[in-house]
Ligand binder design. Structure first.
Ligand SMILES: N[C@@H](CCC(=O)N[C@@H](CS)C(=O)NCC(=O)O)C(=O)O
Length: 139
């Protein structure tokens, strides 16, 4: 049965969830302005919010809860205590990075001129931030 991932038509908090190959091929519910308010309370979600994931009888909100569910389902949550600690650290560090980046992106002072200057600077990373950079052991 395909999973349904509901979110706005942006990357935002759903990007990391979409990036996980285990949910990428599945169906999704994409909302544009206004639509979500019509659906919000009809889906049987305990705490209606975006993103949400519906997988059979499982109805999940909170982006990190969704990521944890996908990781558990596919045995990517770490086996040893040390691996589980690393997963927890990465989850929270990624959220911190995400929020800092979001604050920059939503800052009205952060315009195209600043992006252009950054792209010409030595700090510019030519690849997307989410390029695969680390793997678990030999997996
Ligand atoms: N802590 C929540 C935050 C969710 C959230 O703020 N969702 C925003 C989009 S990023 C939204 O528009 N929610 C729809 C709503 O408030 O009903 C999570 O990580 O999922």
């Amino acid at each position: 049965m395909p999973m349904t991932l509901g979110y706005w038509d942006i990357r935002g908090l759903a990007h990391a969830i979409k990036e996980r190959k285990y949910s990428r091929e599945d169906g999704n519910g994409t909302f544009v302005s206004g639509q979500w308010l019509n659906e919000k309370f009809k889906l049987g979600l305990d705490f209606p919010n975006l993103p949400y994931l519906i997988d059979g009888t499982h109805k999940i909100t909170q982006s990190n809860a969704i990521l944890r569910y996908i990781a558990r389902k596919h045995n990517l949550f770490g086996e040893t205590e040390e691996e589980k600690i690393l997963v927890d650290i990465m989850e929270n560090q990624t959220m911190d990075n995400h929020m800092q980046l979001a604050m920059i992106c939503h800052n009205p002072e952060f315009g195209l001129e600043k992006i252009s200057a950054y792209m010409k600077s030595s700090r510019f990373l030519p690849r997307p931030v989410f390029t695969k950079m680390a793997v678990w052991g030999n997996k």
